[in-house]
Design a protein around this ligand. Structure first.
Ligand code: C5P
Length: 226
């Protein structure tokens, strides 16, 4: 067993609720929550600021290595991401950052840098880590692996609901199209594509609530952490 508990890996496509579910699970079991998507987003944001090509793996890795990465404690179980002392928040959910993060996530050097940082963050356990390749690549030795899925339509409907709740404009067809494209990019890439690890539990949340998903994972945790 690791020092602080087990590693719970949650992988799955964009917009499936990995962060919401992961944070709830982390709160329930008293673990930290790490969003690896945020790390890719942070580097993508910085690359856009610096005007770097999103295809230049070498320059992007140089940029990533030159930055000071910190993960200060946020309000809930999730740590914030801070680059050179600047805490990044809302800027990471901009659509241009979503697109750019998916683009740089294709690159082998960038992925290796992220993997090292993510392994450091989770090695001692006591962590819920979400992403695309946590169970298959970053922590193939995770004690509990979840692959969370939902149909693209269900994910688009939820996203529309969230945006409307925030009083923001939301176009279902546009959002569905964006989700389908990002799925194709994340699953179709050569380096560590989105895929279910052989030993991951598959949970389809299309027809069940977030609460049920959380209950199921907490149940699996109780068995895995014994
Ligand atoms: O999950 P999120 O949408 O925040 O992730 C942003 C992008 O980062 C994804 O589209 C994906 O391409 C990439 N990513 C990844 N591997 C991870 C986490 C995120 O390739 N473990």
């Amino acid at each position: 067993m690791r020092q602080k508990g087990i590693v719970i890996a949650i992988d799955g496509p964009a917009g499936v609720g990995k962060s919401t579910v992961g944070k709830l699970v982390a709160s329930r079991v008293g673990y930290r929550f790490v969003s690896t998507g945020k790390m890719y987003r942070a580097l993508a944001w910085k690359a856009l600021e610096a005007g770097l090509s999103l295809e230049d793996d070498g320059r992007l890795v140089e940029l990533a290595r030159a930055l000071r990465w910190d993960f200060p404690k946020g309000a809930g179980p999730e740590a914030d991401v801070s680059l050179d002392g600047r805490v990044l928040a809302l800027e990471l959910s901009e659509e241009r950052v979503s697109r750019a993060s998916s683009a740089i996530a294709k690159l082998a050097g960038v992925r290796l840098f992220m993997k090292e940082m993510q392994r450091q963050a989770g090695l001692d356990g006591g962590v819920v880590m979400e992403g695309r390749d946590i169970g298959s690549n970053v922590f193939p030795d995770a004690e509990l692996k979840i692959y969370l899925d939902a149909s693209p339509e269900a994910r688009a409907r939820r996203r529309v609901g969230q945006l409307k709740e925030q009083g923001l404009p939301a176009d279902y067809a546009e959002i569905l199209d964006f989700i389908v494209k990002r799925d194709a990019q994340d699953s179709g890439r050569k380096n560590n594509p989105l895929k279910k690890a052989d030993d991951a539990h598959y949970l389809d949340s299309t027809a069940i609530s977030r609460e049920e998903v959380v209950e199921t994972i907490v149940g699996l945790f109780a068995a895995a952490a014994k």
